[in-house]
Write a protein that binds this ligand. Structure first.
Ligand SMILES: [Zn+2]
Length: 419
């Protein structure tokens, strides 16, 4: 093990975070969408950092920047050698924070540089990956870059259109890529030993526990539903309460039922959210006749999520029947949990403890590139405390000390890894 200076590593990470934060489509705020001129500039900067760190840099057909440190005795990154993949993403949401995604790419570069400087190479190769579309902010799909790397590219995505009407095919051409080359450079599963990602937590758990770093147990199972309620609109002054079929009152009760079910699953990190209500006709003097509400339900495991979902459906049906409200539930999204590898979790936890930390185990409620990478190889994620749990917001913040501890832990993890 090499002596590490977390403060220096954190200071370097912060300078790199700031440099990437200055690359934006909008002055004064951070917006960096997939395959835009801003993505190009960020990818070029990251490529220069990788080269300076001693990595050989390439870019695949979807713009994922790959920085490669060959394993000992491996000539020029030949196929067949086992590789440790370290990555995250360069794209952002609109009006984003500076740390989401970028920290993981930077941590990978700093860790690979440390190995390159202090040892030259490990017995396994190291590839640092900077993906371009984790957020799904431009096109109606997400994780396209990591899906391609993992061998799960969907040709149909080429015809997907961005919110400004550009097809992915055209966006790739404008970015200087040949669309038919998209998704053609997946890793061989025998070649990929593991995927590890450092990421800000984007939630308040680590801060509440007073710890800088967390080990992700799984990326949560998620379901999204649309619930349509049909009652009867009527005059707010003349329809007696006993004769009303108020769709909004039913929606309120359904929202509280979801909250109660999710609270009971708190130990399994179950969370339930009604984030949107569309009320019709939406006038102050009319009993609401129709309401559509969005439901987002997540939990640590598929089984717990599925049980909570079943209870929610039953509760909703009971509430609607009791109130004589018509009910239609549409499932918009139903994604299973992605488990993080137990052995890798243990190694990451050991690397955190070696730096004096007490690693907190927690699932990720948010989606990540690891979901796609898990189709290729075992995955692990290291979470970094962020202030107030705030993310996807300009106020997003992680301290130099916490970032330094994260990079140091990643370096220890790499040094202890056996391809
Ligand atoms: Zn992210």
């Amino acid at each position: 093990m090499t002596e590490l200076d977390p403060h220096l590593l954190g200071t370097r990470a912060k300078a790199m975070i700031d440099a990437l934060a200055s690359i934006s489509a909008d002055p004064g705020r951070i917006t960096r969408l997939f395959l835009t001129p801003e993505h190009r500039r960020a990818a070029d900067l990251v490529g220069r950092w990788m080269a300076a760190a001693g990595l050989s840099v390439s870019e695949d057909g979807l713009g994922t920047v790959r920085g490669r440190l060959p394993g000992r005795g491996e000539r020029g990154g030949a196929n067949g050698a086992r590789r440790l993949l370290i990555g995250s993403h360069l794209d952002t949401v609109i009006d984003a924070g500076a740390y989401d995604g970028t920290l993981g790419v930077i941590a990978g570069i700093l860790a690979a540089e440390h190995v390159s400087r202090t040892r030259g190479a490990m017995t396994f190769g190291i590839d640092v990956l900077a993906f371009g579309d984790e957020e799904g902010s431009r096109f109606p799909f997400a994780l396209g870059c990591s899906s391609a790397v993992a061998g799960a590219w969907d040709e149909g995505w080429l015809d997907a259109r961005s919110f400004d009407g550009t097809s992915l095919r055209d966006a790739l051409r404008r970015y200087g890529k040949e669309p038919t080359a998209a998704g053609q450079e997946a890793y061989d599963p025998d070649e990929a030993a593991a995927y590890v990602e450092v990421h800000i937590e984007q939630g308040p758990v680590l801060e509440a526990q007073g710890e800088a770093l967390g080990i992700v147990t799984a990326i949560a199972a998620q379901s999204r539903l649309s619930v349509a309620l049909t009652g009867e609109a009527g005059h707010a002054g003349t329809v007696p309460m006993a004769l009303r079929r108020d769709a909004l009152a039913a929606a309120a009760e359904i929202s509280l039922a979801l909250e109660a079910i999710a609270r009971e699953g708190a130990a399994d990190f179950t969370v339930g959210t009604v984030g949107r209500l569309a009320v019709s006709p939406g006038a102050s003097n009319v009993v609401p006749g129709e309401v559509e509400l969005s439901v987002d339900l997540r939990s640590q495991t598929d089984a717990v999520r599925d049980r909570a979902l079943e209870r929610f459906r039953n509760a909703t049906a009971e509430i609607a029947a009791r109130r004589s409200i018509g009910l239609a539930i549409e499932t918009l999204h139903h994604q299973g949990a992605t488990a993080c590898d137990a052995g890798l979790q243990g190694r990451l936890a050991g690397a955190v403890e070696a730096g004096g930390g007490r690693p907190v185990r927690l699932p990720s409620g948010a989606g990540h590139d690891g979901q796609a990478m898990a189709g290729l190889c075992p995955i692990a994620m290291l979470f970094v405390r962020c202030k107030g749990g705030i993310s996807h917001n300009p106020a997003e913040f992680a301290s130099i000390e916490d970032m330094g501890q994260a990079v140091a832990a990643l370096i220890r993890f790499v040094e202890g890894f056996e391809g």
